[in-house]
Design a protein around this ligand. Structure first.
Ligand code: FAD
Ligand code: DHB
Length: 391
């Protein structure tokens, strides 16, 4: 088999890339380890930046997102039993975030690619990437028991944090920057209407809690738990009472409860691999970097990377110039590091650390107090949260 761009992974990075390339009349084939059903049901992120929404809408895959996505003009920060609204819309000059589940973005993209005749090969195994340090890269994989090869001009490694592309680059050519936080998030999806119209980030002495949603009938809720915690130690009642305690307010507040549909624990990590390119292999999204979930940036960064990559490839195929391709890693990393900084800042400001001294506690409250009382500080949060300009 032959194509122009061989893409490993049908997550947001791989699918958006394939879609953008198609609009530039560049051919690609996407190889995905999982089934279509699996990737369309995998529960992950839910917050889309303004730029991500605009890109999906402008490129023709945003009709359902426009119809069903929940547009939010603000978020609440809650600490010391008081809520403080950050008016994202006003502070960012008219930008917003949209709550629309990642698996819905995936469904829309898969449908669009297949409708346009795009090739996504699901349930491949034993994927390996070769020849990318020379002129003839190719991807070897197994489909229905048969080994096949996909020859291409470039390989896009969009295979997430545990994929094969990044580890295939010689270790000496990559520098990684890694930080694992000393806590995790226990997340639930609950058949309960959101307790508030907007997301609530709670700082509390018992630990962080986040109130989000998926639809007007389904809530997505998270609490900070220790890293070695097991899900079986968290029966539903314990989760609800912890959510109640961490969101307690002097004033009107009622936590809506309902049947828990799904439960999971995920760690928080900051990771960056530099550079994001080696020869004809380009890494994008989680394959190159991970952010702690607090800033809601993971999916958005993946989309930002492939937007840059698609532009660079389009320039190459139009003019033969490699100017943008050569700058791909540098261009993406500037944005990636800013998202790292923001996600780290939100995480350390809102979570409880076991090592916290009384000084740390007071400093954290002072930071929140300053933030929610200063238009300058809130503006900084707002412009990062709705998404920094593309480049
Ligand atoms: P992925 O979505 O990971 O896609 C990679 C794809 O490659 C997958 O489909 C995978 O099956 C496939 N693949 C992997 N290895 C191979 C291989 N060898 N061959 C072929 N295919 C392969 N972000 C937030 O902002 N908020 C959240 O609440 C949030 N929750 C998350 C929960 C979980 C459990 C995880 C893992 C991530 C979460 N994220 C969250 C991060 C966000 O979902 C990711 O940043 C986003 O999915 C990145 O997209 P991607 O396309 O780079 O990678
Ligand atoms: C969600 C996840 C996040 O990490 C976040 O910061 C906000 C919302 C969510 O899953 O809805």
């Amino acid at each position: 088999m032959r194509t122009q761009i061989g893409i490993v992974g049908a997550g947001p990075a791989g699918l958006v890339l394939s879609h953008l390339l198609h609009l530039q009349k560049i051919e690609s084939v996407v190889l995905e380890a999982r089934s279509r059903k699996y990737i369309e049901e995998r529960i992950r992120a839910g917050v889309l930046e303004q730029g991500t929404v605009d890109l999906l809408v402008e490129t023709g895959v945003g009709a359902r997102l426009k119809r069903e996505g929940l547009v939010h003009h603000g978020i609440e920060l809650r600490f010391n039993r008081r809520g403080h609204r950050i008016d994202l819309y006003e502070l960012s000059g008219g930008k917003a975030i949209t709550v629309y589940a990642q698996q819905e973005v995936i469904k829309d993209l898969v449908a669009a690619r297949l409708k346009a005749g795009g090739q996504i090969i699901f349930e491949v195994s034993d994927v390996s990437v070769h020849g990318f340090d020379g002129p003839k890269p190719f991807i070897r994989f197994r489909r229905n028991g048969q080994v096949e090869e996909l020859h291409c001009d470039f390989i896009a490694g969009c295979d997430g944090f545990h994929g094969v592309c990044r580890p295939s680059i010689p270790a000496s050519a990559i520098t990684d920057f890694d930080y694992t936080y000393p806590f995790s998030w226990l997340g639930i999806l609950a058949q309960a209407p959101p307790s508030s119209h907007e997301l609530i980030y709670c700082q509390h002495e018992r630990g962080f809690a986040l109130f989000s949603m998926r639809t007007p009938e389904v809530s997505r809720l998270y609490i900070q738990v220790p890293n070695d915690e097991e899900i079986k130690s968290w029966p539903d009642d314990r989760i609800w009472s912890e959510l109640q305690l961490r969101s307690a307010l002097d004033g009107n507040w009622k936590l809506a409860r309902g049947p828990v549909l799904q439960k999971n624990i995920a760690g928080l990590r900051s990771y960056v691999a530099e550079p994001m390119q080696y020869g004809k292999l380009f890494l994008a999204g989680d394959a190159a970097h991970i952010v702690p979930a607090t800033g809601a940036k993971g999916l958005n960064l993946a989309v930002a990377d492939v937007r840059i990559l698609a532009q660079a490839l389009a320039e190459f195929y139009k003019s033969g110039k490699t100017r943008l391709l050569d700058r791909y890693s540098e261009t993406c990393l500037r944005r990636v590091w800013k998202a790292q900084r923001f996600s780290w800042w939100m995480t350390t400001m809102l979570h409880k650390f076991d090592t916290d001294s009384p000084f740390d506690h007071h400093r954290r409250i002072a930071e929140l107090d300053y933030l929610t009382g200063s238009r300058a500080a809130m503006t900084s949060l707002a412009e990062n949260y709705v998404g920094l300009p593309w480049d």
